[in-house]
Design a protein around this ligand. Structure first.
Ligand SMILES: Cc1cc2nc3c(=O)[nH]c(=O)nc-3n(C[C@H](O)[C@H](O)[C@H](O)COP(=O)(O)OP(=O)(O)OC[C@H]3O[C@@H](n4cnc5c(N)ncnc54)[C@H](O)[C@@H]3O)c2cc1C
Length: 423
């Protein structure tokens, strides 16, 4: 049995066999080519295939190989900016789109019968900082005024829902929930295949050239996909395929661990309702119950991929800090993935030419956003009058991008210091 591409995640250990997505062995032509079989690419392909458009998805490895199959499985609506700022910058339609991104996920799950342990039982943004409470209160109220099922929780509420003493308060967003991300990707991929789309794994695009009305996407194997429209959905795994695209995002490594299964007594105390949680610090942690019944916690690590358990020391320290009674429990799984960060904390949509559309830079919120962006991109390809949630922006490479491990490490140090100094 093969699953999860050898990524040592709890998701790979608990997923069924990968969908069959054989490498491309011949040159094919389609209406739309999608590069990247993560959440963005697969949701775009699914919408297109269901509308009868011929679509071919290619991925260097296969469905869910990138961040989409490795993440925390937290389905969180919203963006870095709160509703009043979104209203001001982009208008209420964008705010409504952003508030409904989790709906897109749960609708897809229901409509296509995706077996991915999806549950809509909320997300808590918790804080250890008294200073963050007014911001969280304002965020909660702004969504409440727009009809969202949200509420504020005090320290006692936090303790009851999380089972940790560390949090002084937070808010619960009832639009949100959780799923098994690798199963979600596999389910999306199977739905694409069922709807008549093609997916080819172990198929890397090495160049793309325009010949008349068609793009010719050349694979490492020499085969080609030819298509009138191309969707680039490569996020933190973006390579040099399109000039400067890679330099628009910082691929930060996010690390996660899952303990061995908790005891019944621990389960009654720690996240008893299985709600998923992120903490509000600039360099914070996120956690939930894993499908093996263990406690899973993630956060920023070093910029390079982990070389051994030593690289997980901050994550393990956070785990023991928030949940002292798991101290010393065996760590069953430890893994990492690349989160694409942008300078303005917003996802970026690019259309450098009318026939190529790109979406990337979800800043760690791509399960719901990626699903909504993928679907919205497909909608605009099907009907160009359909609006997109954010305007297309120019591909603006970050200054001295090649030095990103250096300056991003400095930025993380700076943010950690600010987190530390805040009350
Ligand atoms: C550890 C971790 C935890 C996270 N937790 C959460 C969370 O709980 N909630 C949340 O909302 N978000 C979370 N995120 C972020 C979220 O996972 C991502 O934003 C989202 O999955 C991005 O999806 P995507 O489809 O755009 O990109 P990806 O899933 O990264 O897919 C990109 C794909 O492109 C392929 N590719 C790249 N270049 C080529 C090429 N030249 N040819 C062919 N294929 C190519 C790659 O192989 C890859 O499969 C987390 C991310 C990480 C890493």
């Amino acid at each position: 049995m093969s699953n999860g591409y050898g990524v040592p995640s709890v998701w790979a250990a608990t997923a069924p066999e990968e969908p069959v997505t054989p490498p491309l062995t011949e040159t094919v032509t389609a209406d739309v080519a999608v590069i990247g079989a993560g959440i963005t690419g697969l949701t775009a392909a699914l919408r297109l295939a269901c509308a009868g458009t011929s679509v071919v998805v290619v991925d260097r490895q296969g469905p869910g190989y990138g961040a989409s199959g490795r993440n925390g499985g937290q389905v969180i609506p919203g963006l870095k900016y709160d509703p009043p700022m979104l209203d001001k910058l982009y208008g209420p339609e964008t705010t409504a789109f952003v508030g409904a991104t989790a709906d897109v996920v749960f609708d897809l799950v229901a409509r296509h019968g995706l077996e991915c342990e999806a549950a809509r039982d909320g997300w808590i943004q918790a804080t250890v900082k008294q200073a963050h409470l007014p911001t969280l209160q304002a965020r909660m109220q702004a969504w409440q005024q727009r009809g969202a099922p949200v509420e504020m929780l005090d320290a006692a509420g936090m303790k009851a829902k999380i089972g940790s003493e560390g949090f002084v308060g937070g808010w619960l967003d009832g639009r949100a929930g959780r799923l098994h991300p690798l199963k979600y990707c596999y389910g999306l991929a199977r739905a694409v295949l069922q709807a008549g789309g093609r997916i080819h794994g172990q198929t890397s695009v090495v160049s793309m050239e325009r010949h008349g009305a068609l793009w010719h996407l050349k694979m490492a194997s020499g085969t080609e996909v030819r298509a009138a429209q191309v969707v680039v959905a490569t996020n933190g795994y973006t390579d040099s395929l399109w000039p400067q695209l890679k330099a628009t995002v910082i691929p930060a490594t996010s690390f996660q661990v899952a303990t061995a299964p908790l005891s019944d007594k621990q389960r009654q105390r720690i996240l008893p309702q299985q709600v998923v949680v992120s903490d509000s610090r600039r360099i914070g942690n996120y956690f939930r119950i894993a499908p093996n019944g263990g406690l899973m916690l993630g956060g920023r690590g070093s910029f390079r991929e982990p070389q051994g358990m030593g690289d997980y020391r901050r994550i393990l320290a956070a785990l023991e800090h928030f949940f002292p009674d798991v101290t010393g429990m065996p760590i069953a799984h430890a893994w990492s993935g690349r989160v694409a960060m942008t300078y303005d904390h917003l996802p970026h949509l690019h259309r450098p030419v009318p026939t190529v559309t790109m979406a990337l830079g979800y800043n760690g919120r791509g399960v719901a956003l990626g699903s909504a962006f993928g679907t919205a991109i497909a909608d605009t390809l099907l009907d160009p009058t359909m609006p997109l949630p954010l305007p297309f922006t120019a591909i603006n490479p970050l200054y001295l991008h090649d030095l990103h491990p250096v300056y991003a490490s400095m930025a993380i140090w700076y943010y950690r210091m600010r987190d530390y100094l805040e009350r």
